[in-house]
Design a protein around this ligand. Structure first.
Ligand code: HEM
Length: 528
């Protein structure tokens, strides 16, 4: 790549760090008419002096008016001035932002139990059926039970292995679809979403709600509603910043979220009802035919045998977590990997050379090839470093006042862990804004996704680490390897790659990645 092209990439990335919103934010910090909030009762545990990390803010609104749409950019910029831990008021809510890997470790490892609660917004409360799911549930026996049931079945190696045939079928369908579009523009996020939702759908109720039973393909409808649910989860809501106003639902976010959730609920309820009304013999026949149980079959059988069966609401909340939480994250990451590769043609060439060598051009990628794809693995890790799907993870809520980095974090405040900043920190990473997969190649075991390296946490860490990690890891590399092995990709004539982000619960690309595929394999029948 030329020096000029490299410079352009760096410039685009740096623009992400210094947005126009950050500039107005800077101006606001310096504006003298702002009221300065004096440090309240926050004292350093070490020397008992008042800490100096409360930011200037506007009465009542706190720091709210100064934050731009990309919260992680603003938080990173503030950390440069106020240090690795600072607090700010957003409305009436006290928030702490933690940026250094050492302090992140204190939260997710040293005080993991205390910080194992979530701060569920109004939109999250609705999406999680009142906080009874895995993602927003209060840490305790009910949450543990739900997470255990889910992880022990859905994410056991045996089940993930048994579901390979499903993943394969869905990936092949996507390759066939892309092949049909050869030479014309394809929205890669959309294809990745459909692959991911169809695979998940079949893992959950594939054996019971088949197409021949009259169910229509829910993929497209689902993407629309997932986008809506995620959008509402990310939308700043007066009700969250001023809980006393929550009952008025001034922006209508609660109402809109209820409407969106009613769409997914209808789909889930129908699947549950079909499964519950199925005669036992038919049910068993399906299990034998597929050589495994669907998640729904498993959950309903679990309910029959368990002293503490899951309620209908818990079932719905769990399905929402999986179908909503599992799809947008995977899709966004596929889009970012493809974007980075198209931006860095040398890296794309290396990935494709590896695929040609390991898989060959006379056959399709199989899961047994995946552990040998070291370069692609490094590319995915590097993409996660620069573009973690959840740059601030999911905010935590301490159950008791606790000291972190010498500062007291009071019970009930929101705690943001800025992993986006840590993963771009120049004191940790060499040339952090450059896309350099090689940094992950030398010692592959050094950086995994298990949350033990606190400078690199794309799936979080501790008790609340991503519950879908093993499945996400397998799906992601399989989908990417297949897309990159089967096709050459280029941008439509006259278009430029856009690397800007749109912050949300899942931070997506600002503009969808659209690219033109050309078949790469030797035989046409491989695509059919
Ligand atoms: C590229 C794919 C994915 C990424 C990057 C990702 C990332 C994350 C992150 C960062 C968290 C928060 C962790 C923390 O706070 O420490 C999380 C939580 C969660 N994820 Fe994922 N995720 C992905 C895919 C999935 C999939 C496929 C599923 C389900 C099948 C899933 C289900 C969940 C659930 C249920 C939680 C909440 C866990 C809890 O609070 O205990 N995720 N994910």
């Amino acid at each position: 790549m030329t020096q000029a092209a490299k410079k352009q990439i760096l410039k685009t990335r740096t623009q992400g760090l210094i947005s126009s919103h950050s500039r107005s934010l800077e101006a606001m910090i310096l504006t003298p008419r702002l009221e300065i909030v004096t440090a309240e009762n926050t004292k350093t545990a070490k020397n008992d002096s008042l800490c100096s990390l409360t930011l200037n803010s506007v009465p009542l609104l706190g720091y709210l008016p100064f934050l731009g749409p990309n919260l992680h950019h603003d938080f990173t910029k503030l950390a440069k001035t106020y240090g690795p831990i600072y607090k700010l008021k957003l409305g009436s809510k006290l928030c702490f932002v933690i940026t250094s890997p050492t302090l992140v470790k204190q939260v997710v490892r040293d005080h993991d139990t205390i910080f194992s609660n979530r701060d569920a917004t109004v939109a999250a409360q609705v999406a999680s059926y009142g906080g009874i799911d895995i993602a927003f549930g209060t840490y305790g026996p009910d949450w543990r039970r739900l997470r255990k049931v889910f992880v022990s079945h859905m994410l056991s190696n045996a089940n993930i292995d048994a579901c390979y045939a499903l993943r394969k079928e869905e990936v092949h369908k996507s390759l066939n679809y892309i092949h049909g579009k050869a030479g014309s523009a394809v929205d890669l996020g959309e294809v990745a979403f459909l692959t991911s939702i169809n695979t998940l759908k079949r893992m959950i109720w594939g054996g019971t709600l088949q197409e021949e039973k009259g169910a229509t393909d829910i993929g497209i409808e689902f993407r629309k509603v997932v986008t809506e649910i995620m959008g509402l989860l990310a939308k700043p809501n007066v009700s969250d910043f001023f809980p006393v106003l929550a009952r008025f639902d001034i922006q209508g976010i609660r109402r809109q979220q209820q409407k969106a959730i009613s769409v997914t609920e209808k789909i889930f309820t129908s699947a549950i009802e079909i499964q519950m009304s199925m005669p036992p013999a038919e049910n068993e026949g399906l299990q034998q035919k597929h050589g495994r149980k669907d998640l729904l079959q498993f959950l309903l059988e679990h309910n029959k045998d368990s002293a503490t069966p899951l309620t209908m609401q818990e079932l719905l909340a769990l399905l929402t977590d999986v179908m909503v939480g599992g799809t947008d994250t995977t899709t966004t990451t596929v889009e970012w990997v493809m974007t980075e590769l198209m931006q860095n043609p040398d890296e794309l060439r290396k990935v494709q050379e590896e695929l040609t060598e390991i898989v060959g051009l006379n056959t399709l990628v199989e899961e047994f090839h995946l552990p040998k794809l070291h370069y692609l693995d490094a590319v995915i890790k590097e993409t996660f470093r620069l573009h973690p799907a959840l740059p601030l993870l999911v905010p935590r809520l301490p159950t008791q006042s606790t000291t972190v980095g010498g500062y007291n974090i009071p019970n009930g405040s929101s705690v943001y862990l800025n992993i986006w900043a840590n993963q771009r920190d120049p004191s940790v990473w060499d040339s952090p804004l450059e896309f350099r997969p090689k940094r992950f190649l030398n010692d592959q075991s050094k950086f995994d996704y298990k949350g033990n390296r606190f400078e690199y946490l794309p799936f979080g860490s501790g008790r609340r680490i991503c519950a879908g990690l093993p499945l996400a890891e397998r799906t992601l590399i399989y989908v990417l390897a297949s897309f990159l092995h089967s096709f050459e990709w280029r941008l439509p004539y006259g278009t430029n790659l856009d690397l800007s982000e749109r912050f949300g619960v899942v931070t997506r690309k600002m503009t969808p990645l659209v690219a033109i595929p050309t078949p790469r394999l030797s035989k046409l029948e491989l695509y059919t």
